[in-house]
Design a binder for this molecule. Sequence first.
Ligand SMILES: Cc1cc2nc3c(=O)[nH]c(=O)nc-3n(C[C@H](O)[C@H](O)[C@H](O)COP(=O)(O)OP(=O)(O)OC[C@H]3O[C@@H](n4cnc5c(N)ncnc54)[C@H](O)[C@@H]3O)c2cc1C
Length: 440
Amino acid sequence: MLQTNTENRQTIGSYWEASVPEPKPDRQLIGNAQFDVAIIGGGIAGLSAALKLAQSGVSVCVLEAEHVGYGASGRNGGFCCLGGTKLDYHQLIRKFGLEEARKFVAYQVAGVNLVAQRLDSWGVDASRHSRGEIALAHRPKDFTRLKSEAAFLKENFGIKPTLLSKEELDAEGYGGPEFHGGMLVPYGFALNPMAYVQALGEQVRLAGGKIFGKTPVSSLERDGDRWQAETQHGVVRARKIMLAGNGYAREDVPKWLHGRTMPVMSSILVTRPLSDGELSAQGWTTETMASDTRTLLHYFRLMPDRRFLFGTRGGLFENPTALAAMQKRARSDFDTMFPAWSGIEADYTWYGHVCLARTLTPFVGEVPGMEGVYAAMGWHGSGVAMASLSGEKIAGMITGTVRQQDLPVALQRPFRKFPLPFLRKLYLQGAYWWYGLKDL
Ligand SMILES: Cc1cc2nc3c(=O)[nH]c(=O)nc-3n(C[C@H](O)[C@H](O)[C@H](O)COP(=O)(O)OP(=O)(O)OC[C@H]3O[C@@H](n4cnc5c(N)ncnc54)[C@H](O)[C@@H]3O)c2cc1C
């Protein structure tokens, strides 16, 4: 099998790229190769599966279109926290029943713990900070809702949030005109996601897994007793396949994916380091990771190097005009929420794809009608913890140590097609306008 060094690394101008050393690139696949398992996508999900498989002695390769962490795994806000679905806790109970909803929440907690354990055992710090995550009421009435939510979470899930009044928020360094009270959930922490995903890639290599960079898969077909993944300069034959492209997946690899997921945008800005004077002028000095209570939420945190990270949801289209409008809106929201910093330079701005599904939950399991092809995708903008654990679960399904029915039911439902898939972004646009109005 001939291989060449990859060149022209695709960069996106993120703070994460600038904050970690550039790794040695993985070689491109040139020629044909055979593995037990081939994984399409070198993000957290694919690499987590590859690591577990390689550690179990399975011959495994990761086929990545660009490089490790090129997708959302190297671009995200670094909130390693509960989540992974657009269904709230009440909807989870209504849809799956209390026991299953509890199982799903326990799975989310296990995902967070797994990431922490991994980083500890690898001796990687990844600039971790924050104990738990706070939701900040953007209107006084949302604090009333948070109070009843806290009681609900305690009663049904054993989660014990701490409530903070507006005065307590001000005293604890959560200053801002839009913060009317908060609910601190004691799970999760913040990290540098590029440091995490690169460390994960390194563990895969050390365990004997093979990662090919600059190797986009253009088709996936059955050939006898194996699957055949065609790439730009070669073909991989494997008994089992894992689809881990998430918001970056091609809709025709395999054709089953067509119309079943919806990539949308999330954008981030990172300011220059803020001085003590600037932090106290705003009254924001906490390093706790935070989001607001809007449906199209903002997420933000002060990082250990005193830069402030601010993320927004809600972008649908990837053309230059739409992207410029999304970033303009993000800046304007930042200036409104943190008025003392409205003139502060943002040294970095970038965006990435989040993957939504019609079921509003991820799918982790074997693709119907495609024996030996597994998928783990659809984290709904919250995949750092969820994709880490789910990648391991897929590895377990492949080696026979995990059964699909052992997973929470919420994760077992294969993606359904969106009605009139070619219009899916337009009708989501309508929903976003409605959410925007509701959030006022
Ligand atoms: C701006 C932003 C902020 C976010 N913030 C958070 C956060 O704070 N906390 C959180 O938990 N989640 C967050 N998320 C979501 C989280 O980053 C993702 O859910 C998670 O990283 C998904 O991991 P993954 O491995 O499934 O997919 P990805 O990391 O997206 O990786 C998919 C990879 O597959 C590759 N690929 C796709 N198709 C092919 C193909 N045909 N051939 C070869 N390779 C292919 C892509 O190049 C890509 O590298 C955020 C996402 C974005 C975009």
